[in-house]
Design a binder for this molecule. Structure first.
Ligand code: AHG
Ligand code: MN
Ligand code: MN
Ligand code: MN
Length: 311
């Protein structure tokens, strides 16, 4: 049988100095919380947890019932495990502080909310720092996501490459299915919401997407960052959520979307940039700050930066 998640963590302890028993316990808590979320997602239509929760969050978004439920499940897990110093969530205005030392967890409990009611892949994203969430992404101890797709997969990095687990319904375990996920140097897919093209503030970006069309790239855009990044990790290419006239810093949040996803993409051999700077170098100024996101294979990201520099 493939290696279960917990067994894997203990097996790599000697290679990863910061992976102590407390962090293993915390990662297990997150994994089990996402198993519970996966169970709810897979029968959402039977549980009256679809649709709007009838409130607006700090992001100005209409909160979905599943956003709220996933948030509660993760919060409960992190509180009970007693290893988190503080927790930041897309769905919480403020950081919850449990203690002044320990593991600081930032998470997007349910990413891709616009896809919940139409049964398209969604996910959960998490990022773990020592003591405080407000550190640059390059200092993450662990980052990952769970994608609730045709199968439920947990993809994670502890700073030594990227590894993937698949939820086995029979055993209820995340089992090692992808021991080493490496991003292809170059892909043939680009992923961006072209409906916003006339609002993009970078002319170079427009020229870049036109260039990709001439190069016969395919456009794939799910609208769930977890799904679009997961495909990019496996197929290569580029995912972009740029700055536009409405969202001058883009839409995606640094702490629990851009930073963990950039960590994974870099660990898999790719690049994560805002177009101006490496995403993992940014020192967070505020909990929900947004940054433009250009992540993916080296070839496409470097080509995109070339076009953006020419404007
Ligand atoms: P969330 O559902 O956590 O608020 O995130 C939604 C994000 C991200 O998943 C996706 O890449 C992006 O919103 C899609 O935005 P558009 O619908 O504006 O393209
Ligand atoms: Mn949201
Ligand atoms: Mn999200
Ligand atoms: Mn979300």
């Amino acid at each position: 049988m493939a290696v279960p998640f917990t067994t894997y963590l203990f097996s790599v302890k000697k290679e990863i100095p910061h992976l102590d028993d407390d962090l293993i316990l915390l990662l297990n808590e997150i994994a089990s919380a996402t198993k519970e979320i996966s169970g709810k997602v897979r029968k959402a239509g039977l549980l009256n947890i679809l649709g709007s929760a009838g409130k607006t969050n700090i992001q100005g978004e209409e909160v979905q019932k599943l956003d709220e439920l996933a948030n509660e499940i993760l919060l409960e897990s992190l509180k009970n495990c007693g290893k988190a110093s503080q927790v930041a969530s897309e769905e919480l205005e403020e950081c919850i502080v449990f203690s002044n030392s320990g593991y600081a967890v930032a998470f997007d409990p349910l990413d891709g909310s616009s896809n919940i009611d139409v049964n398209v892949s969604i996910g959960t994203i998490f990022s773990i720092h020592k003591d405080s969430v407000k550190k640059p992404g390059k200092e993450q101890l662990a980052a990952g996501y769970v994608i609730y797709g045709p199968s439920t997969m947990l993809v994670m990095s502890l700073g030594k490459g990227v590894v993937g687990f698949t939820l086995d319904i029979e055993s209820g375990n995340f089992l090692l299915s992808h021991p080493e996920i490496k991003l292809p140097e170059k892909g043939k897919i680009y992923s961006i919401n072209e409906a916003n093209k006339n609002k993009w503030t970078s002319k170079g970006l427009k020229k870049f997407t036109e260039y990709l069309k001439e190069e016969k790239y395919t456009l794939r855009y799910v609208g769930s960052m977890v799904a679009d990044v997961h495909r990019t990790l496996f197929k290569g290419g580029i995912f972009i959520y740029p700055a536009d006239k409405k969202n001058t810093n883009g839409k995606l949040r640094l702490l629990y979307e851009a930073s963990p996803m950039s960590f994974l993409i870099e660990q898999a051999g790719g690049i994560g940039t805002t177009g101006k700077e490496r995403i993992l170098d940014i020192v967070p100024q505020s909990l929900h700050q947004r940054v433009p996101v250009i992540i993916g294979s080296k070839w496409e990201v470097e080509k995109c930066l070339e076009f953006m520099k020419e404007e």
